[in-house]
Design a protein around this ligand. Structure first.
Ligand code: PLP
Length: 378
C-alpha cells in the first residue's frame, strides 16, 4: 500500500475528513455573492449556526482560517486600558498570546508546562490582583491533546467581571461547551475540526456583553461590520463562496446527527483510543484526567520516532496521523478523532500500529489494542 491522498485514512488533528455531500456542495458554478440566491444560503447558515454552538446568540462566519477568527476576536475585545490575562499550556495558547500582544494595552501570561492543566487557584489569584479586562484561553489545546478545565475557571472569571474569550477551534462540536453556564463572551470555532467542513472559515459566537464591548480592531475582520452585514444575510467583503456552500451542508449534516450525538460519538472514540494506546504499552502525553476527546496525543516510544512510526503508517498503510509541533516535533504523535471520524478509522489505525510495534518487537500483548477498540464499539 502506498500513500494516496484520495483514499487515505485521514486522522490528523484537523482538517478532518470531509463527507462527500459536503464536497459535492462546493461544486457549483460561480455565484453572485450579492444576489438573492447566495443571500438565501447565508440566511440558512445563520439559522443553522445555533446547531453548532448549542445556543443562540450573535453568531457570524469569517472567510479565513481559525487564526483569522482569533485575531478578529482579540482585536475587537481585548482592552486597551486594562490588562489581558492569557493562559497558555501549549502551542496554540502561545499563539493567542502573540496575537493578544498586538492589540492589548498590557498582557499578563499564566503558563503551565505543555500538556498540564492550568490550576484554577492560580487563575483566581491572578484575577484578584485586579485590573484584568479579558481572560483569553484555549479550550482544547490541540497541540498537546488536552482540554482546559473551563468549568473550573469560569466562576473566578465571572467574579472578576473580565470578558471570557475562548479559542474553541478544536473544541466546538467536539467536546461539550456550555456558553451560557460558563459565561463565555466570545468563542471561535474552526470549520475544519468538529464541524468537518473544509478549512478556511472561522465561526464566532458573541454574548450581548461582548457585542456591547466591541471596539474597532482590524479592518477586514471588523466584527461589528460583519454582524451588521449579516442582518441582511450579507457579508462586508467578497466571502469564500464555495466554502460557504460547504459550510451549509456540513451544518445540515450536523443537525441530522445532532450535536449531542456527535459529542457522544467523539467521546467514545476518544475513550477507545486511550484504551488502545494503553494496550499498545504507549503513554499519553497530556495529564490523563484532562486528555482531550478530539485529539489523542501519544509519546513516541524510545527509539521509535516519526520515521519508524508516523512515516510508516503513511507510506505502508496509507494512514495519516499528525506529528508534534514546536518543541514536541518527533516526540509525540497525535490521532485526531473528531468530526465524522468513526470506528473503521480507529480499527485500521490501531491494527497498523500493532503491526509496526510487533515487527519492532515492542508489542506487549498482541491484539490487545484492537480488542480495546472493539469492546468500546456501539
Ligand atoms: N487554535 C487551535 C486550538 C487550533 O487547533 C488551531 C489549528 O489547529 C488553531 C488555533 C489555528 O487555526 P488555523 O490553522 O485554522 O488558523
Amino acid at each position: 500500500m502506498t500513500f494516496d491522498p484520495e483514499t487515505t485514512t485521514f486522522l490528523i488533528a484537523g482538517p478532518v475528513r470531509i463527507h462527500p455531500r459536503v464536497l459535492r456542495a462546493m461544486s457549483m458554478p460561480s455565484l453572485n455573492h450579492r444576489g438573492d440566491y447566495f443571500h438565501g444560503i447565508v440566511g440558512e447558515i445563520r439559522e443553522l449556526m445555533p446547531v453548532l454552538f448549542g445556543a443562540k446568540g450573535h453568531q457570524l462566519v469569517l472567510s479565513g482560517s481559525g487564526t483569522a477568527g482569533l485575531e478578529a476576536m482579540y482585536a475587537a475585545l481585548v482592552p486597551k486600558d486594562r490588562r489581558a490575562l492569557v493562559l497558555t499550556n501549549g502551542n496554540f495558547g502561545e499563539r493567542s498570546e502573540a496575537i493578544v500582544r498586538r492589540y492589548a494595552g498590557a498582557v499578563s501570561v499564566l503558563s503551565a508546562p505543555w500538556g498540564q492543566s492550568i490550576p484554577a487557584d492560580a487563575v483566581r489569584a491572578e484575577l484578584e490582583k485586579g485590573d484584568v479586562g479579558a481572560v483569553c484561553v484555549v479550550h482544547n489545546e490541540t497541540s498537546v491533546g488536552l482540554a482546559n478545565d473551563l468549568p473550573a475557571l469560569a466562576p473566578a472569571v465571572r467574579a472578576s467581571g473580565a470578558l471570557f474569550l475562548v479559542d474553541g477551534i478544536s473544541a466546538v462540536a467536539g467536546i461539550p461547551v456550555e456558553l451560557e453556564a460558563w459565561g463565555i463572551d466570545a468563542i471561535v470555532a474552526g470549520s475544519q475540526k468538529g464541524l468537518a467542513a473544509p478549512a478556511g472559515l472561522a465561526l464566532l459566537h458573541l454574548s450581548d456583553r461582548a457585542v456591547a464591548a466591541l471596539h474597532p480592531g482590524t479592518y477586514y475582520l471588523d466584527l461589528a461590520a460583519h454582524l451588521k452585514s449579516l442582518e441582511k444575510n450579507d457579508t462586508p467583503w467578497t466571502p469564500a463562496v464555495p466554502l460557504f456552500l460547504a459550510l451549509r451542508e456540513a451544518l445540515i449534516l450536523l443537525r441530522e446527527e445532532g450535536l449531542e450525538r456527535r459529542l457522544a460519538r467523539t467521546h467514545r472514540l476518544a475513550e477507545a483510543s486511550r484504551a488502545a494506546v494503553d494496550a499498545l504499552g504507549l503513554e499519553l502525553f497530556p495529564e490523563r484526567r484532562h486528555a482531550s476527546d478530539t485529539v489523542t496525543a501519544v509519546r513516541n516510544p524510545e527509539g521509535l520516532g516519526d520515521p519508524q512510526l508516523r512515516k510508516v503508517l503513511e507510506r505502508e498503510y496509507n494512514i495519516l496521523v499528525q506529528g508534534g509541533q514546536g518543541t514536541l516535533t518527533g516526540k509525540i504523535f497525535r490521532i485526531g478523532h473528531m468530526g465524522i471520524a468513526d470506528w473503521p478509522d480507529l480499527l485500521v489505525t490501531f491494527a497498523a500500529l500493532e503491526r509496526i510495534l510487533g515487527k519492532a518487537g515492542r508489542l506487549p500483548r498482541p491484539s490487545a489494542a484492537l480488542a480495546a477498540v472493539v469492546e468500546r464499539m456501539p
